[in-house]
Design a protein. Structure first.
Length: 253
């Protein structure tokens, strides 16, 4: 069955968290406040195999296995628009926008044959799915697949590094495993860890330069969320991470 879809550039999908490949996260460290988002998937769920392939597998109590995606993410409250949208809702970095924005509505974190439900616009999205829209999905295959294939390749390429980071977190931040175990009982939740923990675990980046770019963003978003009780978790994270980035920005100088 063919599926038709065309973006109407309404900007409604450009709100809140934006999953990024590691390459895109590093490219945009001066644009987005970044975090690592952990998404657990229990064994036996359809997405388990792909999640384990792109992320890592963990053993919980009683030998129960889960898989977890560990995703670099533009960590922005769901009510906040992308900071790179213009006043008329268009992308101001079209030539350099992240692969996640290019690949939407398809999702490279799931099997290609399991994409059809993503072509149904969410509430308030103005996407065109009428007969006038182009066919984008045919016989469970993506028609124009250049961006999808590139995003999938980057996700596969970064998977070993994400696994190393995962092992670091399991060793030094065991509360993350406990939180994942609790969340997997009620699917839909996530655990968020700091970019500073990733930079500490994976010692192959210019940490001081990345921290110096992240610091003003974290301070800015801490200010934007300071007076909203509904965004208290965001404010606490931004504030704490800013302190960590300030240390990393000066530690090697």
């Amino acid at each position: 069955m063919d599926r038709r879809f065309q973006c109407t550039k309404c900007g409604k999908c450009c709100l809140g968290w934006l999953p990024l490949t590691l390459n895109d996260a590093l490219l945009h460290t001066a644009r987005f406040p970044l975090a690592l988002v952990w998404t657990p998937v229990p064994q036996g769920v359809r997405a388990f195999a792909m999640t384990a392939r792109l992320g890592l597998s963990l053993s919980l109590n009683k030998r129960r296995q889960i898989a977890a995606l560990v995703t670099p993410t533009a960590y922005i409250p769901p009510s906040f628009p992308c900071p790179e949208l213009t006043d008329d809702g268009l992308c101001s970095i079209q030539a350099n926008k992240p692969l996640r924005c290019r690949t939407m509505p398809f999702y490279a974190y799931r099997d290609e044959a399991d994409q059809a439900e993503l072509l149904v616009p969410r509430k308030e999205w103005a996407c065109d799915t009428t007969a006038a829209a182009p066919v984008v999905y045919h016989n469970k295959q993506i028609v124009e697949r250049t961006d999808f294939d590139q995003e999938r390749k980057e996700l596969l390429d970064q998977a070993p590094m994400m696994s190393v980071y995962g092992e670091y977190v399991i060793k030094y931040m065991p509360w993350v495993v406990d939180s994942l175990a609790a969340i997997v009982q009620k699917p839909g939740g996530n655990v968020v860890t700091s970019l500073s923990s990733f930079l500490t675990a994976i010692k192959q980046f210019d940490v001081a330069a990345i921290a110096a770019q992240q610091l003003p963003l974290l301070n800015a978003y801490a200010g934007k969320t300071a007076d909203d009780s509904a965004l208290a978790d965001y404010h606490r994270n931004y504030t704490g991470w800013a302190t960590e980035m300030k240390y990393l920005a000066t530690a090697s100088t």
